[in-house]
Design a binder for this molecule. Structure first.
Ligand SMILES: N[C@@H](CCC(=O)N[C@@H](CS)C(=O)NCC(=O)O)C(=O)O
Length: 197
C-alpha cells in the first residue's frame, strides 16, 4: 500500500497518523510527492493533483484525507476511531477541525501566492473569522475520551498546523482544553514520527 504525501500537508499528516495508529506503519510505502510541480506519479493517482492519496494493495487510489482515514479505520487493527455509539459527536468535532485546517491552509497558501495583504480581502477575512469562531467551539465541545478517536487526531493536527504556519493565532493561552488535548496527542508515537518540517 502506498501513501502519496508531503511533509507540510496537514491533510497528509491526518492520513499518516491514522495509518500508524491502525497498525499500517510497516505495510505502508511513503511516496513523497509534490502537488505544486510536475509529478507524474501523483497525477496518475489523483487528477486533482493534491495529497494525500492512498493506493491500496489492489491498486485503487483513494483521495481526501478523511475518506482515507475512514478506509484505514475500517480495515486496520486496534481501536475503532469512530465507534458507532459516539459517531455523531466524533464527526461533529472532526468536521470543525477539518474546517480549521481548510481555513488555516488556505490562509497560508494564498499568502504565499498573493502576499499577506490577501488577508484583507473578503475571502481572506472570512477565513480568519472562521478560525477565530471555530477555536472556542472546539475548546467547549472537545471532551477527553478513554480511547483515541478520529476527532482527537484531526483536532491535534489542526492545532499543530496553526502553531507551525500561523503562530500569531495564539490559541494555547486562550483555550486550555485544546492545549491539553494537543500536548497529550503530541506524546503519541504517531505524532512524534510525523512532525511538520
Ligand atoms: N480536501 C483535501 C485537501 C487536500 C489538499 O488541499 N492538499 C494540499 C496539500 S496540503 C494540496 O495537495 N494542494 C495542491 C493543490 O491544491 O493544487 C483532503 O482533505 O485531503
Amino acid at each position: 500500500m502506498q501513501l502519496l504525501l508531503n511533509r507540510t500537508s496537514p491533510y497528509a499528516r491526518v492520513a499518516r497518523v491514522v495509518a500508524i495508529e491502525k497498525g499500517y506503519a510497516d505495510k505502508l510505502v511513503l511516496v513523497w510527492s509534490d502537488p505544486w510541480n510536475e509529478d507524474a506519479h501523483l497525477l496518475r493517482h489523483n487528477p486533482v493533483r493534491r495529497v494525500p492519496v492512498l493506493v491500496t494493495q489492489d491498486g485503487v487510489s483513494i483521495a481526501e484525507s478523511l475518506l482515507i482515514a475512514l478506509y484505514l479505520n475500517q480495515t486496520g487493527d486496534g481501536d475503532n476511531l469512530l465507534p458507532p455509539e459516539h459517531s455523531a459527536s466524533i464527526l461533529h468535532l472532526t468536521g470543525l477541525a477539518q474546517g480549521l485546517i481548510d481555513a488555516a491552509f488556505t490562509t497560508m497558501i494564498t499568502r504565499k501566492h498573493h502576499g499577506k495583504e490577501i488577508d484583507d480581502s473578503v475571502l481572506g477575512q472570512r477565513r480568519l473569522q472562521a478560525i477565530a469562531r471555530i477555536l472556542p467551539v472546539l475548546n467547549e465541545d472537545c471532551t477527553s475520551s478513554a480511547s483515541l478517536t478520529l476527532a482527537d487526531i484531526v483536532i491535534a493536527v489542526a492545532l499543530d498546523y496553526l502553531a507551525f504556519r500561523l503562530p500569531e493565532v495564539a490559541w494555547q493561552q486562550q483555550y486550555p482544553a485544546l492545549a491539553e488535548l494537543h500536548a497529550r496527542m503530541l506524546q503519541r508515537r504517531s505524532f512524534a514520527e510525523t512532525v511538520f518540517s
